[in-house]
Design a protein around this ligand. Sequence first.
Ligand SMILES: [Mn+2]
Length: 357
Amino acid sequence: MPEERESEPRAKKITSLLSISHDKDVDGLNSAAIVWRYAKTKNLTFKAILTDYGSFEQVFSTIAKQRDSLIIITDLGMDDTIIDVVQAGLTRAISQGCRIVWLDHHQWSDRAIKMILSLGNKPVLKVNHEFCAAEITHKVLMPRDEVSTELAKIAHDTDFNLREIEAATALTDAVSVIRFGAIDKNEEVADAIHPILTKLAENGMSGVWDNDARKFKDTLLNKRVDHYRKEKSKKMRKALAGHHDQIIHGKLVRIVEIPSGLTSTDMGTLASNQDTLTSIDPELKVADLLLSLSQGGMLGFRRGRDGVLCNAAAKLFNGGGHPYAAGGEYGLYEDFEAVSDDIFLTLSKNKTWVSEH
Ligand SMILES: [Mn+2]
């Protein structure tokens, strides 16, 4: 960590840490937990703001009020539409003795990168698409901390949609349950997530998850997650039953509509589980490429196996992302069948999304 090597009076003055992370998923949450552990080792007072892209204006005006703080932003990308808001907030904070560390894995424009690097007080910016944000945070801030290693591993499993760690899938569902619950009750998502963040920062996964009993230590949370999974699976079964399949360039492409209350990650996770599919229809196989269409016309891309590039497929629909997961946009629609045919046609005209190996 570069600031460890610094001995100027400026760095010495920093006594607090403000963490800004993504409230949407486990990657953002675990990144914040690792940052918190870092704050503990440095004896910095800690405050976390969990947020989403729609709230940047509010968040960066809070940042503008900080003094002598280390501000660490994780799992949030920046594009040109918000560059001015971000620049104004950070420039102000830096003039008041703050330092900026930004760790992310999303797509950044060259302009956005240059803007951050041109800031004062030696900003640190690490953007790497090959890792999730918690892994980058772990590597940069807490490489030798075992709890942080585990938190990064859990985040990787869910962010890369691997589903190899039961606790990671459970935590993903818990975050959804807590988020949707807060939104329903008109409460702040960040406040609702805070207790779980505290436990993750203190004891890592073992603070929330009982590995032997394979459930959450918090009985109520465990019940809510169980219920959420049952509801989700009912809705998903219905949605999957209405799927449209087509073989394109030798790949099984499937399009499903996402019901409300489900995310494309939920859909991706459930639809890539062969047991779930078999229980719906014994003939149903995991698709090579799964597209989930939301009511608002947004498209989520997930792959069922290697050989498909989700980011290249999403690019055909004004989007982007990673080879294993990406997002794009179709636009408002009425007739799901017509949309499916249209999407199949676009994918069949272009082969960039099929990888050679
Ligand atoms: Mn992330």
